[in-house]
Design a protein around this ligand. Structure first.
Ligand code: TEU
Length: 550
């Protein structure tokens, strides 16, 4: 849509606070660490930062299990540190997005402590309980449970509670108006502090059919279809909009967008007064085994979503985050030869599509997957509990470990690589998750002084997007839609146009620039030269070029 607003023009940088910068030597990143790196954030040119949860938490799922929504996790610092960090961002023209995790809380949150204590406790209905005298509840699949069931028996009150994620992440009962009011008050607390946006974690699961019907066999493969977009989800979002979003200059993005374009539109279209953006998982789900993806699948998926949102609504553009392995390892090529060109190419892609780009910390350097071979090296609950579950199901554990090595979330959570000093300058202590061995080469200090580095390319590409509204709002049209290895498209706005050409392969590729497209100035190129004969372009492996069109 052509309605122009700041959150559409934003370039969002997501950082995982546990792994960004440790200021006090305990091996865990913290807010004072982020404060030390504010000038670095500004130097990237990004305009908004989304930080994963920083609230008090027993860290069963690294902060996605919150025990106090109005306090900062002790390992991360204090509320004073938060205020200083936020001010520091605002002073540099950077906005801040708060992660809001309210599909569930921690089991150590006071609400749950009360709720489980007795059946007639005033907080009982803050969560979903199934009294045992009704029999065993129909099985529900859980993302993280080592036995697989989302219902957990609690003998204290002879009842089961629901947890879509881990046992320490009980689902909140959104049908209870008191729960909803608590959440809006929490959001207002942070909005009053000046946060500029909210990212709603797993929110598509918040509304449930509380009769908890039995699902058909095999539904686990389409869990969003059965768990997502519950009966009152839109009512809750409209209420949240009235209570919170409408009162502040903030934007809200939901994790998850249902399972159809219609679901996604119903969440984000302006006339709905619910959210401003959502992110769907189709892009990141393209790579779910060792076979990777084909360019055709990627191009089809992104083109489909672009056209569905061309006139109404707005989407997020991303290929990596804290729930996925590293961008270059999954979508590019992390071999020494091709790591840099393919990283630059992928960042060119993310930063030249219509929608708001989300760039994940470390991807500006071309950070890669780490190579763990033993389950004892993993820290992620999804890996550890997934391993237990696979083991008890008698799965092929070699295959399981191979898959985990490639896809684990811990790949995307290793410490930021700042320089070539011990532990990459992330900490003076022992990092909570090992630093990738390649830090002596891939690090901020090194890349800052190299004009051809991934980092300096990223800065240039961010600037190009910010200087050219057509890269934000312009129409997107695929060129050479059948090319097996080259993804090419034009972006066009108010009579101005650019041509983006991306070689997704590790070999040279030929592409014909169609008649009628007259290339002009080269806006960016991840190689030094361009090999062209007439309208034939000979691309280098993973070459990315953006031309101005005359
Ligand atoms: O993820 C929710 C989600 O839908 C999962 O599919 C997620 O992609 C999965 O955990 C991958 O293994 C969100 C957060 O992004 C994630 O980090 C949290 O673990 C989860 O919610 C629970 O809060």
């Amino acid at each position: 849509t052509s309605d122009q607003t700041w959150w559409k023009e934003a370039v969002i940088y997501q950082l995982y606070p546990r792994s960004f910068k440790d200021s006090d030597g305990d091996g865990v990143g913290d807010l004072r660490g982020i404060i030390e790196k504010l000038d670095y954030l500004q130097s990237l040119g990004i305009t908004m930062v989304w930080v994963n949860p920083i609230y008090s938490s027993p860290n069963d799922d690294n902060g996605y299990d919150i025990s106090d929504y109005r306090d900062i996790m002790a390992e991360f610092g204090t509320m004073e540190d938060f205020d200083e960090m936020l001010q520091g961002m605002h002073d540099r023209g950077i906005k801040f997005v708060m992660d809001v995790v309210v599909n569930h809380s921690s089991d150590e949150h006071e609400w749950f402590v009360q709720s489980r204590s007795s059946r007639d406790n005033p907080y009982r209905d803050y969560y979903h309980w199934w009294p045992a005298e009704k029999g065993t509840p129909p099985y529900r699949w859980s993302f993280f449970d080592p036995e697989g069931n989302a219902w957990r028996y609690d003998s204290l009150t002879d009842a089961y509670y629901l947890h879509y994620f881990s046992r320490k992440q009980p689902d909140l009962n959104w049908e209870n108006p008191k729960v909803r009011q608590e959440v809006y008050d929490i959001m207002k607390f942070w909005a009053e502090k000046g946060v500029d946006g909210f990212r709603l974690d797993a929110f598509q699961f918040a509304s449930k059919d509380t009769t908890f019907p039995e699902f058909p066999k095999g539904y686990e493969k389409e869990v969003i279809k059965y768990y997502g977009m519950g009966p009152y989800l839109h009512d809750y979002l409209r209420e949240m909009y009235d209570e919170v979003f409408s009162k502040y200059d903030v934007f809200a993005v939901a994790e998850g967008a249902g399972s159809t374009f219609e679901d996604a539109h119903d969440l984000v279209d302006a006339d709905r007064n619910e959210l401003q953006m959502a992110y769907h998982f189709e892009g990141v789900d393209l790579v779910n085994d060792l076979d990777g993806y084909t360019l055709d699948e990627l191009r089809n998926s992104f083109s489909k979503w672009d056209s569905a949102f061309a006139n109404e609504g707005w989407i997020s553009i991303f290929l990596a985050n804290h729930d996925n392995a590293r961008l270059v390892s999954r979508y590019g090529n992390d071999s020494p030869e091709f790591r840099a060109p393919s990283s630059k190419m992928l960042n060119t892609f993310i930063l030249s599509m219509r929608g708001t780009p989300y760039c994940y910390y470390g991807d500006e350097l071309g950070m890669t997957n780490i190579d763990f071979d033993s389950i004892s090296q993993y820290r992620d609950i999804a890996a550890i509990n997934g391993y237990q579950k696979a083991l008890s199901e008698g799965a092929d554990m070699d295959a399981f470990m191979e898959r985990l090595n490639f896809l684990s979330r811990d790949n995307g959570r290793t410490p930021m690589q700042w320089d070539d000093s011990p532990h990459a300058g992330f900490t003076t202590g022992i990092p909570w998750l090992p630093v990738n061995d390649n830090f002596t080469e891939i690090n901020v200090a090194n890349e800052s002084s190299d004009p051809n580095s991934c980092l300096n390319y990223f800065r240039k590409m961010v600037q190009l997007r910010k200087d050219n509204p057509l890269l934000v709002y312009g129409d997107y049209t695929v060129v050479a839609p059948k090319h097996p290895d080259v993804y090419a498209y034009t972006r066009e706005l108010d009579g101005e146009a650019m041509l983006v050409i991306l070689n997704f392969s590790s070999t040279g590729q030929l592409i014909n620039i169609p008649n009628g497209l007259e290339t002009g100035e080269i806006m960016i190129n991840n190689y030094h030269e361009i090999n062209a004969e007439g309208n034939k372009l000979n691309l280098q492996p993973y070459q990315a070029i953006i031309f101005q069109l005359n």
